[in-house]
Design a protein around this ligand. Structure first.
Ligand code: ATP
Ligand code: MG
Length: 715
């Protein structure tokens, strides 16, 4: 059996798969088989008896990747992969906390707050503490809290604040944690920090897991943050084998605290003398690989890697520049249709974009053309309003002290409980240190009191009636008895679709297999939270795949379209101010290019509606960083009287933008402003008389200047 497992691996891959039970780092470029090596190594360890299924812990980056790894493993060896500890950091931490909930100081039925719910919890907190949400925007508070949690730092451990603003943030962080503890909920970052604290506090427990997990394997290691690495170290100790695979050129989560430095730390901490390198790429045609290699050469500080393929050069990269974003979308859809006519599968094609907002226009054209598509990372099933309402009732039925759930549905469907009443409940809860539910139970009589009492009665009834029902029956019951079904039946506009989704929720519950039947509801709610947070979706039907570049990590497709290749969009304008940001954008582009097996398209538009504004961008520098001989320029159909070229091969930037719209200024041009000093033009928007330039001033940072007023101040 081993021969079959190992057949087809190249010598370096073979060496990595059969590496002794010691720590190792596989450092290799995209498509060189890192994930395949990792999966095959698990199969090899199991089939040679070096490890038992219970003795392996494997960390993947997304739930989808975890499922894929399980499917592949199951195909390689007869083993119950479902019982194995294969999952994302969040998924595995959740599992740990469910087992040791007492030691972790959590209720057994603790609920997970997704990002949106975390924000509402913060809003609620600000209100309760009478803190202005203008001075302290909930999103900023959320970032502060999560940033610290991801660095492993609790509020009390933050060093002396720099200023009163920071002092307040620290206070809010502490108050937020207290609120979560009171309500028995945990946000995503909390899952990780809490389980880290659990293990570091409890040496016996850590020793137990170290004894158990002799092999810890990690995919996409370059994107782990400090806390995740510390968590891995706690679990693996120094004696166990920590086997990590990664690619520094694909590090794309620095903005969320990921540290490529973890690769150096791993080598040092585990005494690994040199990383294992894989150099043959099995994914992409030569031209695509050459483009990726040439692009990433523009970054510095790389660990350095070679990638080659014997696949032959394949097709050139097709480049299309549309007059508008609509024309660009139309091009992509026409091309997809023509590939389908040539026998390509829709699900083997992907359109990648930098920002979610770009998908709307594509969706519009796809719907018109009747092309099936699936969005990864859009509003997914478990994020939809009706699903969240139903699950909130379910949550109340098992734990009425869940304040978030209660707030969500106390007046849905509308039962005459107004904002004032809710505020009174919140005041009572705050003053007496009790949950909203307890406050509601004691709300007394009177006109509004009566309405609250009715709600309390409803929830009590749901709790009592749910007790002996199956999970699916519970969901049917809450949907019917809460009044949600009736509410959507009365909604002529969207009701039908929402009811269909609620039925789908019951179906999902019917097919749900809990690990512990008594905890079916909790496990189901947990999965719902984790899946809603994980921007991936199942792909069963043959459909075109739409996703952000971030979501495409680790995946591969026969044909890949990279849209919106414009300065300001990709690279994103937020990255212009420092070279680090720009280098991260370039790694993103490297990830995007290396998703393609056979066919790659670059596209852009000369004008684009984004966030309700017209922009006239110039094409992305990343297109120019790919050697011209690898590109084939496709001519756009001329639909307007605007001066255009048939192709943009011999003209680096759209002519009309450069000459007319920017009144003589160029992106990248150095200039001087009478007040702000020297700077460089980084982007522009508007046209004709109404042009605004975005300029990065050395002394004053990035500013937008309206040329109508600023032209005479610029030289
Ligand atoms: P990424 O950095 O994008 O995550 P990766 O290094 O993890 O890429 P894989 O996804 O494991 O690469 O492999 C890329 C493709 O090459 C897959 O389709 C895989 O099955 C195939 N592949 C890997 N090794 C071999 C091999 N020795 N022979 C044939 N195909 C291979
Ligand atoms: Mg991979």
């Amino acid at each position: 059996m081993n021969d079959k497992l190992l057949a087809g691996l190249n010598p370096e891959q073979l060496s990595a798969v059969t590496w002794p039970a010691k720590s190792a780092l596989v450092l290799a470029g995209a498509g060189s088989g890192k994930t395949r090596v990792l999966t095959t190594r698990i199969a090899w360890l199991l089939s040679t008896g070096q490890a038992s299924p219970a003795g392996v812990l494997a960390v993947t980056f997304t739930n989808k990747a975890a499922r894929e790894m399980q499917t592949r493993l199951a195909a390689m060896i007869p083993v119950n992969v479902k019982a194995m500890w294969i999952g994302t950091f969040h998924g595995l931490c959740n599992r740990l906390l469910r087992i040791h909930y007492r030691d972790a100081g959590l209720p057994q039925t603790f609920q997970i707050l997704d990002s949106g719910e975390q924000q509402s919890a913060i809003k609620r907190l600000l209100k309760a503490l009478d803190v202005s949400d203008e001075k302290f925007p909930p999103k900023a508070v959320q970032q502060f809290i999560n940033g610290n949690k991801e660095a492993g730092v609790r509020a009390h451990a933050i060093p002396a604040p720099m200023n009163p603003y920071e002092a307040k943030l620290i206070e809010l962080y502490a108050a937020y944690d207290a609120q979560c503890n009171r309500e028995g909920v945990a946000d995503f970052a909390e899952l990780l920090l809490r389980s880290y604290e659990l293990l570091s506090r409890n040496e016996a427990l850590a020793a137990h897991y170290r004894e158990r997990f002799r092999h810890v394997l990690v995919d996409e290691f370059q994107d782990t943050n400090r806390l995740q690495y510390a968590w891995l170290k706690l679990l693996a100790g120094t004696d166990n084998a920590l086997f990590a695979v990664g690619d520094d050129d694909q590090s794309i989560y620095a903005f969320r605290g990921a540290e490529v430095g973890n690769m150096h730390a791993l080598l040092r901490d585990y005494g690994i003398s040199a990383p294992i390198r894989l150099e043959q790429n099995y994914r992409s045609a030569g031209t695509i690989l050459d483009a990726a290699n040439a692009l990433i050469e523009h970054n510095d500080g790389r660990l350095g890697k070679q990638l080659w393929t014997d696949a032959g050069s394949g097709d050139p990269i097709r480049v299309f520049e549309g007059f508008s974003d609509g024309e660009e979308a139309q091009f992509i859809v026409d091309e997809v249709k023509s590939l389908v006519r040539d026998g390509w599968n829709l699900s083997d094609m992907a359109v990648l974009y930098r920002s979610n907002a770009q998908s709307r226009i594509l969706e519009h054209v796809l719907v018109q053309a009747g092309v099936a598509y699936r969005i990864y990372g859009g509003l997914r099933f478990f994020e939809r309003q009706e699903i969240k309402h139903a699950l909130a009732y379910l949550r109340l039925a098992i734990n009425p002290d869940d304040d978030n759930a209660l707030l969500r549905v106390i007046n849905v469907p509308s039962r005459g409980i107004g904002a004032r009443t809710v505020e009174n409940l919140q005041t009572a809860s705050r003053e007496r240190g009790i949950s909203l539910w307890q406050a509601a139970c004691g709300a007394g009589t009177g006109r509004t009191g009566g309405k609250v009492a009715e709600f309390v009665l409803l929830v009590e009834k749901l709790r009592a009636r749910c007790e002996h029902l199956s999970l699916a029956e519970k969901i049917s019951l809450v949907v019917d008895d809460s009044g949600l079904r009736a509410m959507y039946e009365a909604d002529r506009k969207e009701g039908e679709e929402r009811l269909a989704n609620l039925d789908e929720l019951v179906n999902a519950a019917l097919g749900f297999m809990p690990h512990e039947p008594e905890l079916a509801v909790v496990e189901f709610l947990t999965q719902a939270s984790l899946e809603a947070g994980d921007h991936q979706a199942d792909a069963s039907e043959d459909a075109l795949q739409l996703m952000t570049v971030h979501a495409s990590k680790g995946l591969e497709f026969d044909a890949v379209f990279i849209g919106g290749l414009e300065e300001g969009l990709f690279p994103h304008e937020n990255s212009f101010s420092d070279s680090k940001g720009l280098q991260e954008e370039r790694r993103l582009m490297y990830v995007a290019i290396t998703r393609a097996r056979k066919r790659l398209y670059f596209s852009s538009a000369q004008s684009r509606m984004l966030h309700g504004q017209s922009r006239y961008p110039i094409r992305s520098r990343f297109v120019d960083e790919v050697p011209a001989e690898l590109l084939q320029h496709l001519s756009a159909t001329v639909k307007t009287a605007a001066p255009r070229r048939a192709a943009w091969q011999d003209e680096p930037a759209p002519a009309f933008v450069r000459n007319n719209s920017l009144a003589g200024w160029r992106i990248g041009q150095a200039l001087s402003h009478s007040k702000f000093g020297s700077g460089v033009v980084i982007s522009a928007e508007g046209a004709g008389d109404d042009v605004r330039l975005q300029i990065n001033f050395a002394e004053h940072g990035i500013k937008w200047l309206d040329l109508r007023y600023a032209a005479d101040k610029l030289t």
